[in-house]
Design a protein around this ligand. Structure first.
Ligand SMILES: CC(C)(COP(=O)(O)OP(=O)(O)OC[C@H]1O[C@@H](n2cnc3c(N)ncnc32)[C@H](O)[C@@H]1OP(=O)(O)O)[C@@H](O)C(=O)NCCC(=O)NCCSC(=O)C[C@H](O)C(=O)O
Ligand SMILES: [Mg+2]
Length: 292
């Protein structure tokens, strides 16, 4: 079952940047990814690992979901990262460059053996051509709760690198990859967040890409700079009118005279029971956001 935890804005920060780790405790993002992978230079990997583990253990992140992105198992840092992350016990560990179901199941087993607390979930980066081709089988691992798989994170920079597709305005080249992953995530009750928008000074372009991701079915978007958080939170929250209409749908279907009806007319629109289900989710996510 997809969780109703708001994951509108998911902000990356380099684990080597102590100032950013400190500042993160006051940024209005729903989730934070403390990165040990691509944002950290090889010479800074050890200090980043120590800083991130200490920051997670120290806490103080309030209701923000705290995630550690480790280096891959085949890198010189992967093993130490996983051990440190499991011991720190964040809300989730984010695996980069997942390509097969085994990447999830083996990591889940490894962190269990390393003593990771039960609450530590796995998030998976979808950013290789093989991951896209294997999306369904990777996501199927979520059927077993032991996999801990909770969220997919799109890695559009790596997808562009590996496929040689260009990241153009409108992301024509990414749409198939994004939608395949949305379908796989939804089929198996896992949340999914969109890739980053690199030009963090371009507010209009960023807003358009947030809206595109939301309309494709994403739960939120990964971010690289604090100035992207407010727009992202706004776009991925249901609008006031949407919530009001959702409440109206629920109330109308709940009326005794409508108990036997499958379809109704509300404000000139045809509404079916499937819309009542969607409306319940809209209201629930709006309430979860309001409670933050
Ligand atoms: C992109 C940046 C390097 C820009 O940094 P900087 O030049 O320092 O920006 P500012 O001067 O505008 O910063 C203003 C203040 O905000 C703090 N800050 C900046 N970014 C962050 C952040 N991400 N989290 C927390 N705080 C942040 C600065 O420290 C300044 O604070 P103050 O000193 O109080 O004024 C930088 O934004 C950055 O490093 N961003 C994150 C880069 C990153 O994590 N990249 C990896 C993830 S993206 C990726 O890998 C995608 C995926 O895998 C794929 O394949 O697509
Ligand atoms: Mg990447």
């Amino acid at each position: 079952m997809t969780s109703l935890r708001p994951r509108r804005s998911v902000l990356y920060m380099p684990g080597s940047n102590a100032r950013a780790l400190e500042k993160a405790r006051t940024i209005a993002a729903d989730a934070l990814i403390l990165d040990l992978e691509d944002a950290v230079a090889p010479d800074a990997k050890d200090i980043a690992r120590e800083q991130v583990a200490a920051a997670v253990k120290a806490g103080g992140f309030g209701g923000r979901e705290v995630v550690i992105r480790v280096n891959g198992a085949s890198t010189p840092w992967g093993k130490a990262d996983l051990a440190a992350a499991a011991a720190a016990g964040p809300d989730a560990i984010l695996l980069p460059k997942v390509s097969t179901p085994g990447d999830i199941t083996l990591t889940a087993k490894a962190i269990r053996d390393l003593g990771a607390p039960e609450h530590t979930r796995l998030w998976a980066m979808m950013e290789t051509p093989t991951a896209i081709l294997n999306a369904e089988s990777i996501l199927r691992t979520a059927l077993d709760p032991a996999s801990r798989l909770a969220v997919l994170v799109m890695g559009t920079n790596d997808i562009a690198k590996e496929t040689r597709a260009r990241l153009t305005p409108g992301r024509q080249s990414m749409l198939t990859y994004l939608s395949i992953c949305v379908a796989a995530a939804r089929a198996h009750g896992v949340d999914i967040v969109d890739g980053v928008y690199n030009d963090f000074s371009d507010e209009a372009g960023f807003r358009a890409e947030c809206e595109q991701g939301r309309d494709l079915g994403m739960d939120g978007k990964t971010l690289i700079h604090p100035k992207q958080v407010d727009i992202c939170n706004e776009v991925f929250a249901p609008a006031h009118e949407e919530v009001a209409f959702a409440r109206k749908i629920i109330e109308t279907f709940d009326l005794p005279e409508n108990q036997c009806k499958g379809a109704l007319q509300i404000d000139g629109k045809m509404v079916e029971r499937l819309h009542a289900e969607m409306a319940r989710r809209t209201v629930a996510i709006a309430e979860a956001i309001a409670a933050r």
